[in-house]
Design a protein around this ligand. Structure first.
Ligand code: SAH
Length: 395
């Protein structure tokens, strides 16, 4: 082969790697690379199949097991220009799909053809995560920052660092902090409910924006006395409070509950917050004969690896069993799983078993996933991680 396609370094994928790409995936594992010798960390590369045909352009990592992440089926020579164009497209998509919120995910990594870049808007503050060698490199950072600034004119842009990811990508340690502007706190509004946002505190980039549409769906069917287990800063609880006579939120994190209480005050709501292990609290409440009309379960991911699947399913079963026992006939269970390794079918089967063990008849009212600003790629199952089921307790 000659350099007819320009000066990009080239990597060659094996047949197995090619089959994966042909099925619509965008990753090539290191073990599926035939040659990548001397490819610089974070480089823009041309991807070839073994017979020499070009498959397009990708970002290369010299450290991750995911060595290659495709960004285009064509040749891209200028990464900064590509990033600007993809960010513009990502923002235009959110304009179309985000309603009733000044907070949303602006860029969702592979799903926006910008693998390794997450950007979340919280009203006038943007939080970014740069999770790969390519996105962490200076030219990419500059293109990302300037595009976001020019298009949205935020008061501030903060970077949220994931120390473990930086280690995996063999990037030097770095602190979270402001990249532009000074503002560190703001208030966001989702579905008419207001939340405090502190740019340099909390989990993920600060809130669980992927649940935004599920909050509204839960509120639409919620009523009576409600329990929000694993409530964090009150995302579901505050939405339930719009419809329910009484709401209790449980979380094991005191800092999360302190913000939850501030959020309740911001919305002039009274919610009971309880610090504790939700497994124990649900068990005690069930034993004490407590009953509810609406229960939300949104635990942290139980299965971080495929090996942890069986244990995770036991955890989901136990939680759902306890919740179902406490729901009055006509009640609603909103049950979530954000473990990618737990597929929707497994999750539904687990909830069905829990209902069986609890001697409750349930019907599935809605099967939901992530909000539309967290789009999924049909060929990349890893982009689809959130399951949210709305169940009606018949008897
Ligand atoms: N529903 C929330 C997000 C929940 S994230 C929202 O929409 O914003 C998961 C939460 O579970 C975290 O706040 C974490 O502190 C909490 N948590 C983890 N283990 C717990 C346990 N055993 N008991 C209660 N809370 C727990």
């Amino acid at each position: 082969m000659t350099g007819a396609h320009g000066p990009l370094p080239r990597v060659v994928v094996s047949r197995r790697g090619l089959a994966r790409l042909n099925a619509g995936h965008v990753w090539v594992y290191r073990s599926d690379l035939v040659s990548s010798d001397g490819t610089p960390a974070g480089a823009l590369v041309e991807v070839l199949e073994e017979r020499g045909r070009s498959l397009g352009t990708a970002l290369y990592s010299s450290a991750s097991q995911i060595a290659v992440r495709m960004i285009a089926p064509t040749l891209v020579s200028d990464l900064s220009a590509f990033i600007r164009a993809r960010i513009a497209a990502a923002l235009a998509y959110r304009e179309r799909v985000v309603r009733d919120s000044d907070a949303c995910r602006l860029v969702f990594s592979e799903a926006d053809s910008l693998p390794g870049l997450i950007a979340d808007r919280y009203n006038d503050v943007i939080a970014v995560q740069l999770l790969t060698q390519a996105m962490d490199a200076e030219p990419a950072r500059n293109a990302i920052l300037s595009s976001l600034q020019e298009s949205l004119r935020p008061e501030a842009i903060v970077e949220r660092v994931d120390a473990r990811v930086r280690e995996l990508e063999q990037l030097p340690a770095r602190e979270s902090g402001l990249l532009a502007g000074e503002k560190r706190e703001t208030v966001i509004t989702m579905n008419g409910v207001r939340f405090h946002y502190r740019a340099l505190a909390g989990q993920k980039t600060g809130a669980f924006l992927d649940q935004r549409e599920n909050y509204a769906a839960a509120a639409a069917v919620a009523r009576g006395e409600a329990l929000d287990a694993f409530c964090y800063q009150g995302g579901f609880a505050l939405h339930l409070a719009e419809r329910c006579s009484q709401v209790t939120g449980i979380d094991s994190s005191r800092p999360a509950l302190e913000i939850a209480e501030e959020n309740a005050r911001l919305n002039s709501r009274e919610i009971e917050w309880l610090e504790g292990n939700a497994f124990d609290v649900l068990k005690d409440y069930a034993a004490a004969g407590r009953q509810y009309d609406t229960i939300v379960l949104d635990p942290p991911p139980f299965a971080k690896t495929r090996q942890a699947l069986a244990t995770a399913l036991r955890g989901y079963k136990e939680l759902n069993l306890r919740a179902l026992k406490m729901l009055r006939p006509g009640g609603v269970l909103v049950t979530c799983s954000c473990s990618y390794h737990v597929g929707e079918a497994d999750f539904i089967a687990t909830v069905a078993e829990a209902a069986q063990d609890a001697h409750r008849g349930v019907r599935l009212m809605e099967r939901r996933s992530q909000a539309k600003d967290h789009p999924t790629l049909p060929g990349v199952p890893e982009t689809n991680y959130l399951k949210c089921l709305l169940l009606h307790v018949n008897n």
